[in-house]
Design a protein around this ligand. Structure first.
Ligand code: URP
Ligand code: ZN
Ligand code: ZN
Length: 467
């Protein structure tokens, strides 16, 4: 036995109990009371600590070309930061280039990720071009290569139209793939942008208004209808509005395999942040919404209608956010010239666990949202997402008594600010193991560049709302 974590309180999606965990060759080899170490075993005293599965962040954008620049955290900085927040697997988005077969897109991005990743990773493919049958058919090769999840964007200039979205959904149904969607109504968004800019409304607040509640909600409803028409499952990423929550709930109540993800930023902040002095730092898509949407998201977490919490980690520097004032070409900026996205990879699990520690939801629920459900949804539950014999020893020790105030200087990414600055958490992860290797301990990153592995996922077949 290589490692024995003794005397902790294990938290799974289903239950909480005291037990020891033994690790051999990076896998959990036994769970039970009074497990005995042998002479080569490293023994960790976890008395008084919660022992949790490492989180799986189902939505990151590392080193992503976007908004006229590249997101700040590369695969090393991003996964280093993830490890220090208790996240042991990240699903990063590959953006397919025009005319690029899916398997080429995987190879292109893995060449960047493999030498750098400090924790395990996999990919979703952001589909931008299915203009030929060959490109559409190449989705199947991605599934065979262990990348069975795709995302379409209903917004942005690289987004697809409803016809292409529908073709991707049809294709996915037959090949064991899951389609995720960034749902916002591009046409309405573009009309509002034009009108606001013509009226001299340039501040970050107008980013929110141009993508307000119903701009997202309409697209959620349309995306669900397209999935129903194609007879397949759907995963709505970064859900942030009440109308969308209601549409997801209704479809699930009718028995459709519709799943939703939300992010901590929508659970903690509201659109009021766009009135702050540095409102531009909070510009992301979809934007934070009003209180009613936030309450609906928390209710949907409690009812099980939101399946996962992920980060949408896509950080940019303050200087890049300042392009909302003066663009990089020295022209007057506005809310459309701010790169969209915020950092969150290191704060997701700590924030969600803190909410559990404060009594809003159970720790089991957090494990379900941040580890077990992402593993099930993305075809990874044969290897990750739970404290279970035979699975990877991705394990987090959590101190419920540790008080922690988020500051950017305490984070481990390459970003120069965090929208979470000054937020107080109750409890914090104190150690992270990635396949049995200690990669984080009490504020310090102990992992290594390149030790993370590409995880191949199984084909995904979701036919009911249950996971
Ligand atoms: O603002 C965001 N979310 N940036 C990343 C790209 C996306 O839409 O997920
Ligand atoms: Zn998105
Ligand atoms: Zn995203």
């Amino acid at each position: 036995m290589d490692l024995l974590i003794k005397g902790g309180t294990l938290v799974t999606a289903q239950s909480t109990f005291k037990a020891d965990i033994a690790v051999v060759n990076g896998k959990i080899s036994a769970i039970g009371k009074n497990l005995k170490a042998d002479k080569n075993t490293e023994v960790i005293d976890a008395k008084g600590k919660l022992v949790l599965p490492g989180a799986i962040d189902g939505h990151t954008h590392l080193a992503m070309p976007f908004g006229g620049t590249i997101s700040t955290d590369d695969y090393y900085a991003g996964t280093r930061s993830a490890a220090c927040g208790g996240t042991t697997t990240v699903f990063d988005f590959i953006l397919q280039a025009k005319g690029e077969p899916m398997q080429d897109a995987i190879k292109r991005r893995d060449a960047l990720a493999a030498p750098d990743a400090a924790v395990d990773y996999s990919f979703h493919i952001g589909v931008t071009d299915v203009s030929t049958d060959e490109l559409l058919d190449s989705m199947e090769e991605a599934v065979q290569a262990g990348i069975p999840s795709f995302k379409v964007f209903m917004v942005y200039d690289f987004g697809v139209d409803d016809g292409s979205f529908y073709r991707v959904l049809q294709k996915a149904a037959g090949i064991g793939a899951l389609v995720g969607v960034h749902a916002e109504n591009r046409e309405v968004n573009n009309v509002l942008i034009k009108q606001f800019l013509a009226e001299g409304k340039t501040e970050a607040w107008w980013h929110y208004v141009s993508k307000k509640e119903d701009v997202e909600g309409e697209a959620d409803v349309r995306a669900i209808n397209l999935a129903k028409m194609a007879g397949t499952s759907l995963y709505i990423v970064h859900l942030a509005n009440k109308q969308g929550v209601e549409a997801v709930k209704e479809a699930r109540d009718q028995g459709y395999p519709i799943f939703a993800e939300t992010c901590p930023q929508y659970l903690y902040f509201t659109s009021e942040v766009y009135k702050r002095e540095r409102a531009r730092d909070f510009v992301c898509s979809p934007p934070m919404k009003g209180k009613a949407s936030q309450e609906a998201l928390w209710e949907a977490i409690k009812s099980g209608d939101i399946a996962t919490v992920a980060t949408d980690h896509c950080p940019f520097t303050r200087a890049e956010k300042d392009w909302g004032i003066v663009t990089k070409d020295g022209k007057p900026g506005n809310f459309t010239t701010i790169p969209n996205g915020c950092a969150g990879i290191e704060t997701m699990y700590p924030y969600m666990l803190s909410e559990a520690n404060k009594g809003r939801i159970t720790f089991n629920k957090v494990v379900e949202l941040c580890a077990t459900n992402p593993a099930k949804l993305f075809g990874l539950d044969h290897q990750k997402g739970a404290l279970q014999v035979g699975l990877d020893a991705d394990i987090v020790l959590y101190d419920k008594k540790k008080e922690f105030t988020i500051t950017n200087s305490a984070m481990h990414g390459d970003t120069d600010h965090t929208i979470w600055e000054g937020v107080s958490l109750k409890g914090y992860p104190v150690a992270t193991y990635s396949r049995g290797r200690l990669v984080y301990k009490e504020g310090e990153f102990l992992g290594k560049r390149g030790e993370g592995k590409l995880i191949k996922c199984k084909p995904i077949k979701l036919t009911t709302p249950e996971l």
